[in-house]
Design a protein around this ligand. Sequence first.
Ligand SMILES: Cc1cc2nc3c(=O)[nH]c(=O)nc-3n(C[C@H](O)[C@H](O)[C@H](O)COP(=O)(O)OP(=O)(O)OC[C@H]3O[C@@H](n4cnc5c(N)ncnc54)[C@H](O)[C@@H]3O)c2cc1C
Length: 407
Amino acid sequence: MRVGIIGAGIGGLTLAHALSSQHIEVVLFDRDPASSCTGGYRLHLSEEALKSLHLALPAETEHALRKSGTGKETFKQFSILDHQGQTKLRIRQPDHSDPLMIGRLPLRTILASQLEHQIRWDTHFTCYEEADTGIRLHFANAESELVDVLVGADGVNSAVARQLLNRKTAKSAGVTAIAGKTRLTNHFRSSLYKDLFIGPGFAAGPQGIGMFLSVHDPVYDGPQEFVNSLIVHEEPYLIWSVAALDETFYTDLKELTSGELQLESLRLLHDWDQGYQELVNHSVEGETAAFKFWFPSNLSAWKHNRITLVGDAVHPMPPTGGLGASTAIIDAVHLAKMLNEQKDIPTALHMYQKAMLKYAPKAIDEARPPLFWQRRFTNEWIRKFAMSILLPAVDQALSINDRFRKK
Ligand SMILES: Cc1cc2nc3c(=O)[nH]c(=O)nc-3n(C[C@H](O)[C@H](O)[C@H](O)COP(=O)(O)OP(=O)(O)OC[C@H]3O[C@@H](n4cnc5c(N)ncnc54)[C@H](O)[C@@H]3O)c2cc1C
């Protein structure tokens, strides 16, 4: 069996590892010129995704991922702050939870590093054609290829999904974020809101404008760790992301440069505490980008004996639940398992789809509450009530509960 994967992103690369570990032939196609051409920031991988990766990856690759990111020591709580920099609610993480926080670049580079001979970079998929002998893949800039199974792992607005289902799989969530990266200098180490050093936070301000903040400060054992190893070193940074309802933005963000997006973020934060503005002001040049939030347009069953979809191609979700990459990984490992275990391809694809349609909607639902509150907070009364009464009361209740539990 020869499996062709469109998209060497997080889901596609994981799938390629999982299939290779079961000696199934696989070839990946990605329009990017190389894994080093990866945008984006730090991602949170759930424990469930890590368990899936454990089944799929060579031990050295898994070790490199762990060593290139951070674990539970940097995610002890999630804080909700107000736009003046005061923490209003601290949600402690369960002691046993052990996620991985890792930059998108190290994640993709490490996943791709042992698959280089199977990946065709700089290959832009355009469409497929069904032939008697399999599925023929066509590219804008390469010869066509014949595969037995086609997997669309080509992310939001997937071309594979569009042809397979004859419709788009993503619909706008009505929210867009501008995200950037700020180096964690000594100045920011001493001036930053303290709660952010023990876990990510979300600050809520007027007009439904919110800011997600997360410190990324991996600890490496020393230079010897990098010799002959896949570990990727990143300087400490903080990611920030200013999210607002689409109608809050003055212009089409697609047209704006990194510098202009930074200015647009500052405009949204004009009446926020200076600490927030300073972070945006000192962002790494050229690395500020805008991301639309997506939901699936209609996540339902489809029928095809040789073509399937994983990750954002079929179930895009807003980053507010932090589960998009994790779900893509879970899809990939599950699909590979089915292709290995089931006696025929149509049954394997059907079994994968059936399971995915159960767990993916739950992951999507995790992303909904923050967006619900973001809309509610456009009402000043609701926001003020939540910030001055509701959240501090919940904070008190949680801390009393915590003290009792410890006793
Ligand atoms: C700001 C932000 C923060 C996020 N934070 C988190 C988080 O903390 N935790 C989490 O779990 N998720 C997070 N996510 C979501 C996560 O990034 C995605 O869900 C995840 O990358 C999906 O993986 P994928 O493999 O489906 O798609 P992708 O990783 O997007 O990969 C798709 C690949 O397909 C390629 N491609 C597309 N079209 C073609 C074509 N026509 N021909 C060839 N190649 C093509 C692209 O180049 C790309 O490499 C975040 C997203 C954003 C925007």
